[in-house]
Design a protein around this ligand. Structure first.
Ligand code: PEP
Ligand code: MN
Length: 335
């Protein structure tokens, strides 16, 4: 349930109302915008007398949120959420755009440092790289694990770029204490225990859409994280499985405006996993920019043909630089 307050409500009146609602065992989430203040009421609102609440002098309107996602709901929090990442304080959301780039997997020190240096020079704001890799085959390269996290830290130190890497297992969470963005991948987006654990941290979480996940399911997964207290959720469209087999997945660009309508959380598009083919990545990145994505995540490798994972969809640093230049032109044109 949300209560929209009238313009000119004093802090004392607001506090009085919040105290009253809290006495009904509700959690009250206050969202103060420039135009209106919205109170989001969480918990068992069935006992709240809506007419009584609506009749209060400072209350403009009261609505029940019928969607099952509440805290992620745009009604609950009308302003875009802006997420600040790492010591560099890179902003994402609410008009702040960030390019995230790096290899599918961290392979060795030379590789990650070279890619990090080159994507930074080309305009990336955040470095990605998998240390723990979710591979379809148990015989495929599984990532360097703990050593991969160390190499990402070294790349952060060398470039100043915040780092984004995937967490697959609850038991690894303490190793991620200084990771700037924890990625929850397409396979774990409905691992609800994992979502609850990252919800207890204050880290930005990049949450990928499931391979067969609806947008509502993605938002319900975000709700799991937010309901534990962590509001720093970044949603990521990375393609879904359809009957089309030419591309690795079918990238749902319409997810961007749909999610912007439904939620205040920032939306990132990953055209690398979304298409699986390097030549399709630049045009789909351009489409994502045109659709209003708050960020784009691109797999970049210094030698794609030798990559231990996802070489076919990886761009070279030069190709990435060209993509970024075009994305900037499109973003400018869309202002
Ligand atoms: C990745 O980003 O490296 C990855 C494995 O992505 P997804 O979970 O979307 O497949
Ligand atoms: Mn990959």
């Amino acid at each position: 349930m949300i209560a929209v307050l009238k313009h000119g409500t004093t802090p004392a009146q607001l506090q009085h109302l919040v105290d009253w609602l809290k006495r009904m065992n509700l959690d009250v989430h206050i969202s103060e915008g420039t135009e209106v203040t919205v109170l989001g009421l969480i918990g068992d609102t069935s006992k709240v007398d809506m007419d009584l609440l609506a009749s209060l002098e400072i209350v403009q309107s009261v609505k029940r949120i019928s969607d099952p996602f509440k805290q992620a709901n745009r009604m609950f929090h009308p302003m875009d959420t802006v997420i600040e990442i790492g010591e560099a304080k890179v902003k994402l959301g609410g008009g702040h755009f960030a390019m995230i780039a790096g290899p599918c997997s961290v392979e060795n020190e030379d590789q990650i440092i070279e890619v990090a240096t080159r994507v930074k020079a080309a305009g990336a704001k955040i470095l990605r790289g998998g240390a723990f890799k979710p591979r379809t085959s148990p015989y495929a390269f599984q990532g360097l694990g703990t050593e991969g996290l160390e190499l990402l830290r070294a790349a952060r130190k060398a470039t100043g770029l915040p780092i984004c890497t995937e967490l697959m297992n609850i038991h690894h969470l303490d190793q991620f204490h200084d990771i700037d963005i924890i990625q929850i991948g397409a396979r774990n987006v409905q691992n609800f225990d994992l979502l609850k654990e990252v919800g207890k941290t204050d880290k930005p979480i990049l949450l990928k859409r499931g391979i067969a996940g609806t947008l509502q399911e993605l938002l319900m997964s975000a709700e799991y994280i937010m309901s534990e207290g962590n509001e720093n959720v970044i949603l990521c469209e990375r393609g879904i499985r359809t009957y089309e087999t030419y591309t690795r997945n079918t990238l749902d660009i319409s997810a961007v405006p749909v999610l912007h309508k439904l939620t205040h959380l920032p939306v990132v598009v990953d055209p690398s996993h979304g298409t699986g083919k390097a030549y399709l990545v630049p045009p789909m990145a351009a489409a994502a920019a045109a659709a209003g994505a708050d960020g784009i995540m691109i797999e970049v490798h210094n030698n794609p043909s030798k990559a231990l994972c996802d070489g076919a969809q990886s761009l070279t640093p030069d190709q990435f630089a060209d993509l970024n230049r075009r994305v900037n032109i499109i973003r400018e044109a869309m202002q």
